[in-house]
Design a protein. Structure first.
Lengths: 30, 530
């Protein structure tokens, strides 16, 4: 669990994420 | 009784307030079914676990620990590693695809990922969800009805209707946001209950050593980690419990939480820690409540007529009435937090997958949400009817539900997230095989486990695999079906390329790589506090 939780810190890499991946609902109030 | 009632009414007021507050986030299907993909990771992770653990955690599992003793610990291992496996293999990747495809339901995602223009994957997915989830909801209503009728002395059918009314009210008004935030409150109730009860139990009996001594005298098997089995039988015993792990991959009411979270990277940290620590704490508590409950019963401190009622028995015998009310609310919380999530997922299968996407009914945002609400209402009536009837068919569907969902969705979800070569024909073949084989094998031939009593060749297979859960083996058979059919067909080139592109890794941003403690330290330094 700990190893998985810190895997991005260990490798120094993480999944690429942008607006398109987040895909929030545009009509959301928050 | 009065203390129980006051505690329960306060609890209802909190649920009603959350339902009312969440109403503003129900303007589109995205919002109503997955919270606009903007749910805070704390809420999503706790909701994931509260939806996962039903009345089984408060009643069934302590009952197993009461009857089987130390050997029941394997089920906790299965649930914990199932949770971890979901966060490692399903969560982040499913959220990334869900955002990219704007997927609202699991069939939404599968159809887009496998580029299925036949609508068969969506129809199969919706049918699997509808059959098993409605049965699951009815089982939760029945469990809720039983708990409520015992707490307040109500007629069971009245109590079933009351449970359904409470759950449906906030699902109808507040949708996914209401379900998630009521789950958070319910997760806290469950945690508190399962911390209090074992502490009370161990102090009532006079320490763990004393409890172990009573158990060793009453039944030495209680202290064996494999229930007294040795060799191959011990391995089958452990697999029987730990097999739950693979079941986690395919539960739509659980994996939908990952699709809703605000940022896929947060499922790794803090998501895994929130759900992991919560799971360890509640399973530890539920196990010890049942395990120590056995010693309490043998010592004559409590009276347990039904092992599954060991937590209520400890609460009513050893706690003041207002605290016992708190424990009863904890049991209801476990049941309702599962029922609400399953009800919403079942309704999305009908309104989003069938009505909107398969039949092509296009209405305005608000109208689509209202169609969703109408389906919630209809499914509630069906589930209440099932819960009140003693139908053998419904019982068979409930008994098959975990395995049916695990085998129907688990292999295709896992492969579609991790293997670029999986094809739509492979997906259709796997899901169809999974659905049909699970119903035939579990509802008609074997039941939950393989056994030699089945007719013909199934008897021979049953005796070779005696005691191993059917869905555990069938999960891998279904996986093999998908792999073989996928290798015989070809996926579109652009889908393979997209799969490689979508999960690319980038160097971690400095701001994100810092821990919260580092951020707090920097803030304190900047303010001259340290």
């Amino acid at each position: 669990m700990f190893v998985y939780g810190f895997w991005d810190k260990i490798t120094g890499k993480e999944y690429y994420v942008d607006e398109d991946v987040l895909g929030y609902d545009e009509e959301m109030e928050v | 009784m009065d203390g129980v009632l006051v505690g329960f009414v306060i609890y209802l007021i909190v649920l009603a307030y959350i339902g009312f507050w969440a109403k503003r986030f129900t303007k589109t299907e995205d919002q109503y079914f997955i919270g606009g993909r903007k749910v805070k990771v704390l809420a999503a992770a706790l909701s994931d676990k509260a939806s996962d653990f039903s009345g089984w955690l408060m009643l069934g599992y302590p009952g197993q620990a009461f009857t089987a003793g130390l050997g029941a610990f394997w089920a906790a291992i299965g649930c914990l590693f199932g949770t971890l496996a979901d966060y490692i293999f399903i969560g982040p990747r499913l959220r990334i695809y869900a955002g990219r495809f704007r997927a609202v339901t699991v069939p939404d995602y599968l159809e887009a990922r496998l580029r299925d223009d036949t609508k068969l994957i969506r129809i199969l997915g919706a049918v699997i969800i509808l059959i098993f989830m409605t049965a699951y909801v009815s089982a939760q209503y029945k469990a809720g009805g039983k708990a409520l009728s015992q707490a307040f002395g109500l007629d069971v059918n009245t109590a079933i209707i009351l449970t359904a009314l409470i759950v449906t009210a906030y699902v109808l008004t507040g949708g996914f946001f209401a379900v998630v935030w009521t789950d958070v409150i319910q997760a806290m109730f469950m945690l508190a209950t399962l911390i209090i009860v074992p502490i009370v139990a161990v102090s009532a009996i006079g320490g763990l050593d004393k409890a172990l001594e009573i158990m060793a005298n009453a039944d030495p098997k209680h202290l064996s980690p494999f229930g007294g089995a040795t060799g191959l039988a011990a391995l089958v015993f452990a697999i029987g419990y730990a097999s739950w792990i693979v079941g986690y991959f395919g539960q739509p009411h659980i994996v939908t939480r990952y699709m809703s979270v605000e940022d896929p990277r947060k499922l790794r940290r803090p998501g895994i820690f929130i759900s992991g620590f919560w799971t360890i704490a509640v399973l530890w508590g539920a196990f010890f409540a049942g395990f120590l409950g056995f010693a309490l019963a043998k010592a004559g401190i409590i009276n347990v007529s039904d092992p599954e009622r060991v937590i209520p028995a400890i609460a009513t015998s050893l706690l003041p009435s207002w605290l016992a009310g708190f424990v009863i609310a904890g049991i209801l919380a476990a049941i309702m937090s599962t029922a609400d999530s399953q009800l919403l997922v079942a309704s999305s299968a009908v309104s989003r997958d069938i009505i909107h996407k398969v039949l092509g009914v296009e209405l305005g945002n608000k109208q689509m949400v209202n169609v969703g609400r109408l389906v919630v209402l209809i499914l509630t009536v069906v589930a209440v009817y099932y819960a009140m009837s003693e139908s053998k068919l419904v019982y068979a569907m409930v008994a098959t539900a975990w395995g049916g969902l695990a085998v129907g969705f688990g292999p295709i979800l896992l492969l579609s997230l991790w293997w670029k070569r999986v094809t739509k024909v492979g997906g259709i073949a796997g899901m169809a095989y999974g659905l049909i084989s699970e119903i035939i094998l579990e509802a008609f031939i074997y039941g939950w486990e393989f056994n030699p009593k089945a007719p013909g060749i199934f008897g021979a297979i049953g005796s070779a695999l005696n005691g191993v859960p059917v869905f555990f083996v069938n999960f891998f058979v279904t996986m093999a079906v998908i792999i073989v059919v996928s290798l015989l067909t070809k996926p579109p080139k652009e889908i393979v390329e997209m799969h490689e592109r979508v999960f690319r890794k980038v160097p971690i941003e400095v701001a994100r790589s810092r821990s919260q403690a580092e951020n707090v330290a920097e803030f304190a330094k900047a303010r001259g506090l340290i």
